[in-house]
Write a protein of this length. Structure first.
Length: 685
C-alpha cells in the first residue's frame, strides 16, 4: 500500500510510509500518511512565485469559469470519492453533504463570481465621493488581490467540503492555497486533490496539499498571507498567538467547535407542528455525521412544562436510529472518524454525566452493551446516540463548558422565555442557534439578543420547514462563523468571503484618474464624445467613458396627463393643483417614472444594433422635482464593462455594460441619476 502524498511545488511528494490510518468502520488500515519531511519554504515560494502570477493571469470572470468546470469534473467522478468516504464512517447521506456539498460550493461561488465580479482583478467599492468643493478631487475604495498565500488548516469531519468551502473564495480572489487536512481523514482530501490536479483546470501553484504536520509552515507566512483554521477552540487559541503571526499581523480566521443550541419557545405546545419540528431537528443534528459537526446542536433548551413530552418523543426518534457499517442496508448512522475520537467523546460524556442524568444511550464503547451492525464493527469507532438531562442549567456549568464532539446533546429546561435566552448566551459564542416558535414577536425579541453571540440563527416554523436546509447546514451565500468561543471568524457569506482574501485600499485623485484606476466611469471624469452613438458600438469597441449628451425636451401638462392615463398613476402631486401648491414643492410635478421614460426617449438609438436588452436599473435617485415647463436632457455614459464570456443563442458573444445616466434640468441641476444594465453583442466573427 503506497503512502498518501502531499502535493508541493507542482509535484506529489512522499514515498516513505508513516502513521497508519484506520477505517472508522472496522479498524483496518486503509492508508498510510507519508513520513517524508516537507520543505515548506519551497511550498510558500512556489505559491508566491508561480501561483500568484498564474492566478492573476486570469481575471475574476475567468477564475469563476474554472471553478464551475472543476465542480463539474468532480461531480462526474463523485462515486470514486463516495467509495473512499465510506472509510470515514460516513453514511451515503453524510458523504453527500461532504462531497456534493463541496462541489455545490464551487458551483455557488462560480455563479456569484460570474454575476457579481468585474472582468479584471480590481473591484471598485464605490461610489467615489467628492473631497473638494469644485469636484476635481475625489476618493473611493478598491479591493485588489493580496499577492500572498492562504494557508487553510481543516478539521477531520468534512475532508472534501472543508477544503473546498475555503478554496473556492480564495481561488476566486486570485490567491493560491496551501490546504492542510486533519491527518486521520486526509486520504479523502488527497483523493479529491488528485482529481483537481488531474482536471488540468487549476493554474500551477494555485493549490498545494499538506498530508501530515505543518512543521514550520506558519513561521514562513507574512503580512501578505492569510491563515484559516477549523477545529477545536483550544487549538485555535494556540495557533493564533504564534509569534510569527503576531509579528507580521497575519490575518487569522478561526471557525471553532461551539456549544450550539436549539430553543423551543414557550408558545409552542406538544400539539403544534413546530413541536415535532424541534424534536426532528435535534435528533437529526445528533446523528448526521454521527454528530461530528461544528454546527451540531449540543444544548436543547425547552420549556420545563414540556420537558417530559420532548424527552419521550426524542427518545422514540433516537430509538429508531440504526448504528453500524454504512454500507449495510438500513443503517442510518455511521461511526466517528477514529478510535481516538471515540475515546475523546466517551471521556466528555463521562464529564457531562457527572451531576446530570443520562436519558438515552450513554454506552461506554469499551464496556460492551453496544453492538453496531456489521462485521468487524467491534474494532470500529462507533458511539451510541446519547441524550442527557441537565435539570438545573442555571446552576450547573458542565453542559455549557464541555463539548462531546459526537452524537451527544443535553436537554435543559427553563421556566421563563428570557431564561431560555440567557441559557443560550452561556455558550459564550456559537456558530449557529435555532429558535422554534410560532410567534413573530418572540422571534424578533429573541434574535435581538441571540444575534450578539451567534453567527447564524435559524428561526423555524411550519412555513419555513418545507424549504429549510436545517440548523447545521452552512450555505455559501450566508456567513459561517461566530463570535467568542466559536472563533470570532467569518467564512462563506457570498462575495463577502472573496473580499476577505482581497486587500482594501482608499484611493484619492481627480475623477479622471480614479476612472482610469477603477476601470469604471466616475462622476466628474472626462468623457469621450463622438459622432457615433454609444449604442452603435459592439462590446469590444466600447470604451469606458464613451458618452452622449442628448437634445432637450420640455415637459408639458399634456405629458403628465398622458402618462397618468397610461400608467394609472393619478397621485395628487401630479393632478391636484390646490394640494400640490400646498406641498413643499409648491406646484404640480411630473411623475418620476415619466422622467425616466422621457430620458430613455432622449438617449435610445432605436435602430437594430449591438445593444440587445435592458435587464436592470441600479442606484436610482430622484434628486429634484420636474415641473410643467421644465426642460430636461440626459447624459448617457459607458460606466462599466464586464465580459462574462457568454454566448447567445445565435452563437455571438455577449458582454454586460452598465451605463451611467444623469438627467438634468434647464439650470444644469441633476433631477435623476441611475445606472442601466444592458446586454451588448460582440462583433460578428
Amino acid at each position: 500500500m503506497n503512502p498518501l502524498q502531499s502535493y508541493i511545488g507542482g509535484r506529489f511528494v512522499g514515498t516513505r510510509a508513516g502513521a497508519a490510518l484506520a477505517s472508522a468502520v472496522d479498524g483496518r488500515t486503509v492508508a498510510f500518511a507519508h513520513a517524508d519531511e516537507i520543505d515548506f519554504g519551497e511550498a510558500v515560494d512556489h505559491a508566491r512565485r508561480v501561483g500568484v502570477p498564474a492566478l492573476l493571469a486570469l481575471d475574476f470572470q475567468q477564475r469563476a469559469a474554472r471553478l464551475k468546470a472543476l465542480a463539474r469534473f468532480l461531480m462526474e467522478r463523485k462515486e470514486d470519492l463516495y467509495a473512499i468516504s465510506a472509510h470515514t464512517g460516513a453514511t451515503r447521506a453524510d458523504s453527500w453533504i461532504d462531497i456534493e456539498g463541496g462541489a455545490g460550493t464551487l458551483f455557488a461561488y462560480a455563479s456569484m463570481g460570474s454575476n457579481e465580479l468585474p472582468s479584471g482583478n480590481l473591484i471598485h467599492e464605490g461610489p467615489a465621493m467628492p473631497l473638494g468643493k469644485k469636484g476635481q478631487f475625489s476618493g473611493t475604495h478598491v479591493l485588489v488581490p493580496r499577492r500572498g498565500v492562504a494557508v487553510h488548516i481543516n478539521a477531520f469531519n468534512f475532508p472534501v467540503w472543508g477544503a473546498l468551502e475555503k478554496f473556492a473564495p480564495t481561488f476566486l480572489a486570485g490567491m493560491p492555497s496551501i490546504v492542510k487536512p486533519a491527518t486521520s481523514t486526509s486520504y479523502l482530501t488527497e483523493a479529491m486533490v488528485r482529481l483537481a490536479v488531474e482536471s488540468g483546470l487549476l493554474p500551477e501553484g494555485a493549490l498545494q496539499l499538506v498530508v501530515g504536520p505543518t512543521g514550520d509552515l506558519l513561521d514562513r507566512v507574512d503580512g501578505r498571507d492569510i491563515v484559516t483554521f477549523t477545529g477545536s477552540a483550544d487549538t485555535a487559541a494556540r495557533l493564533r498567538v504564534r509569534p510569527n503571526l503576531i509579528a507580521h499581523s497575519v490575518p487569522f480566521n478561526a471557525e471553532a467547535d461551539s456549544l450550539n443550541c436549539a430553543v423551543l419557545a414557550d408558545d409552542v405546545t406538544p400539539d403544534d407542528v413546530e413541536f415535532d419540528l424541534f424534536v426532528k431537528e435535534v435528533a437529526r443534528e445528533m446523528t448526521v455525521k454521527a454528530g461530528q459537526k461544528c454546527t451540531a446542536i449540543r444544548r436543547a433548551i425547552v420549556p420545563r412544562r414540556h420537558l417530559q413530552a420532548v424527552t419521550e418523543r426524542l427518545k422514540a426518534r433516537l430509538a429508531k436510529v440504526v448504528v453500524g457499517d454504512p454500507s449495510l442496508e438500513g443503517v442510518t448512522m455511521g461511526a466517528l472518524a477514529s478510535r481516538d475520537q471515540q475515546r475523546d467523546v466517551a471521556e466528555r460524556v463521562a464529564q457531562l454525566a457527572r451531576g446530570n442524568t443520562v436519558l438515552f444511550g450513554g454506552h461506554d464503547p469499551e464496556a460492551g452493551g453496544f453492538a453496531p451492525r456489521g462485521t468487524g464493527t467491534d474494532q470500529g469507532a462507533f458511539f451510541a446516540p446519547t441524550l442527557l438531562l441537565c435539570e438545573r442549567p442555571d446552576m450547573q456549568s458542565a453542559a455549557h463548558d464541555v463539548e462531546a464532539f459526537g452524537p451527544v446533546s443535553t436537554l435543559m429546561p427553563y421556566d421563563e422565555f428570557d431564561e431560555a435566552l440567557a441559557l443560550a448566551e452561556r455558550g459564550r459564542g456559537s456558530l449557529v442557534g435555532t429558535l422554534v416558535t410560532r410567534d413573530p414577536h418572540r422571534a424578533a425579541h429573541a434574535v435581538g439578543r441571540l444575534a450578539a453571540l451567534h453567527g447564524r440563527i435559524l428561526v423555524l416554523d411550519r412555513d419555513a420547514a418545507g424549504e429549510s436546509t436545517g440548523h447545521g447546514s452552512p450555505l455559501p451565500a450566508l456567513k459561517h462563523g461566530g463570535p467568542g468561543r466559536a472563533g470570532g471568524g467569518e467564512e462563506l457569506g457570498g462575495i463577502r468571503a472573496v473580499k476577505h482574501y482581497l486587500q482594501r485600499a482608499a484611493v484619492q485623485g481627480s475623477p479622471t484618474m480614479l476612472a482610469a484606476v477603477t476601470g469604471e466611469h466616475v462622476k466628474g471624469a472626462a468623457v469621450h464624445e463622438s459622432g457615433v452613438h454609444p449604442f452603435r458600438h459592439a462590446f469590444e469597441d466600447l470604451t469606458v467613458g464613451d458618452s452622449l449628451l442628448t437634445h432637450r425636451r420640455t415637459v408639458t401638462d399634456a405629458d403628465i396627463v398622458a402618462f397618468g392615463g397610461i400608467s394609472g398613476d393619478f397621485f395628487y402631486m401630479h393632478f391636484d393643483e390646490i394640494a400640490a401648491k400646498a406641498s413643499p414643492f409648491g406646484k404640480r410635478i411630473a411623475h418620476g417614472y415619466f422622467v425616466l421614460s422621457a430620458a430613455a426617449g432622449l438617449f435610445v438609438s432605436p435602430g437594430e444594433g449591438p445593444v440587445l436588452a435592458n435587464y436592470g436599473l441600479d442606484t436610482l435617485r430622484f434628486v429634484k422635482p420636474v415641473g410643467i415647463g421644465d426642460t430636461i436632457r440626459a447624459r448617457l455614459t459607458c460606466k462599466r464593462k464586464i465580459d462574462r464570456n457568454k454566448v447567445g443563442a445565435d452563437g455571438r458573444g455577449q458582454g454586460v455594460v452598465a451605463w451611467d445616466v444623469e438627467v438634468t434640468n434647464q439650470d444644469g441641476e441633476i433631477v435623476a441619476s441611475y445606472d442601466i444594465l444592458t446586454l451588448v453583442a460582440k462583433r460578428e466573427n
